[in-house]
Design a protein around this ligand. Structure first.
Ligand SMILES: [Fe+2]
Length: 336
């Protein structure tokens, strides 16, 4: 039985050597500046969250991800469970409370409660679609301002390169109630144990649907030369237009600002999101994504062969249903 079951992801905290450069990247990526001091940059999206990424000044590093607790009671229970710190008051926008721990890879895990949403008139809405013969948009032209930055509605999930992903899953399950969705295991040669390449894991919210994955672990021994750390942080966009608008804008700025397309645009298998991955000037991978799968807790973990993409004439290791195949550098140590 887990100590508590968290209800959502809240925000990641990264560390970068130059906050001005990071701020410019995140603005092009679709965020807005909440505050910037000598040592801390706080950025928000277009949703009600006060902020969706924090960046501390320092050597490039992934510091932590925060999850949301269901109640102050849960936060207290977790704080007293041994692995987590005493509760502290947050001084960031929206205030609230926090307890902190380190996971088996030494990566920070924070759980927060009571951060007040910012006041917004209403969540941006995508245009109604005219797809599949369903006419929802009449006498309304679909228009965007060319060159506008894409709209981010929330921090969606994150990926970690882990030294022992089964151990990580167990730790996150015991403390936060995280459960496996898909376990990636290529078939092992006869007589050998299968090697787990990656695990997609989600929150356990009972019968309430939740994102196909809130955490994704890749095997650090296979992708990042045994270095644990960040794989990517992922942000949910308003819809597909925003993914492609973001792609075009970052492509236009790439040379001047040192951005790098990592992988995209495509549609994933695991999670089914339409995705687009970009490297910041510090090589930390940020993903735009939309239209992911939602599952409740009735679906048991699936063991999947990542080579099995359904096209025997064109096998590839790459969770793309369509679009670009996975880049050779995805998850490498440069981004950790
Ligand atoms: Fe992702």
């Amino acid at each position: 039985m887990p100590v508590i079951k968290v209800t959502d992801v809240a925000y990641p905290t990264l560390q970068c050597p130059d906050l001005d450069i990071q701020e410019q990247f995140l603005i092009h990526f679709g965020m807005h500046t909440v505050s910037k001091s000598d040592d801390t940059l706080i950025m928000r999206g277009d949703g009600p969250q006060q902020f969706i990424e924090i960046c501390k000044k320092g050597e490039k590093k992934f510091i932590s991800t925060a999850f949301k607790a269901a109640s102050m009671e849960d936060l207290k229970t977790l704080s007293k469970s041994g692995a987590f710190s005493d509760i502290e008051e947050l001084t960031t926008p929206g205030e609230g409370f926090i307890t902190k721990a380190k996971d088996p890879d030494g990566i920070g895990v924070e759980v927060v409660f009571g951060i007040k949403d910012r006041k917004i008139d209403e969540l941006p809405k995508p245009f109604p679609t005219n797809e599949g013969g369903q006419i929802n948009r009449v006498n309304q032209l679909k228009r965007f301002n060319k060159g506008d930055t894409p709209r981010i509605i929330r921090f969606g999930h994150y990926g970690i390169n882990s030294l022992d992903i089964e151990k990580s899953l167990k730790w996150y399950n015991e403390h936060l109630g995280i459960i496996a969705t898909d376990i990636l295991q290529p078939p092992a040669p006869l007589g050998e144990d299968p090697v787990t390449v990656g695990i997609f894991a989600r929150l356990d919210k009972g019968s309430t649907p939740t994102d196909h994955h809130s955490i994704f672990w890749l095997n650090a021994h296979l992708v990042s030369e045994g270095i644990a750390g960040l794989n990517h942080v992922s942000f949910e966009m308003l819809n597909i237009d925003d993914v492609f608008m973001g792609h075009e804008l970052l492509k236009r700025k790439a040379k001047e600002y040192d951005y790098e397309l990592e992988w995209g645009v495509g549609r994933h298998y695991q999670g089914s999101q339409i995705f687009d991955y970009w490297r910041s000037p510090f090589k930390q991978v940020h993903e735009h994504q939309t239209d992911g799968d939602y599952l409740d807790n009735s679906i048991p973990p699936q063991i999947l062969n990542p080579m099995d993409d359904g096209d025997p004439d064109y096998p590839e290791f790459g969770p793309s249903q369509w679009g670009a195949a996975i880049s050779e550098t995805f998850g490498n140590k440069e981004g950790t």
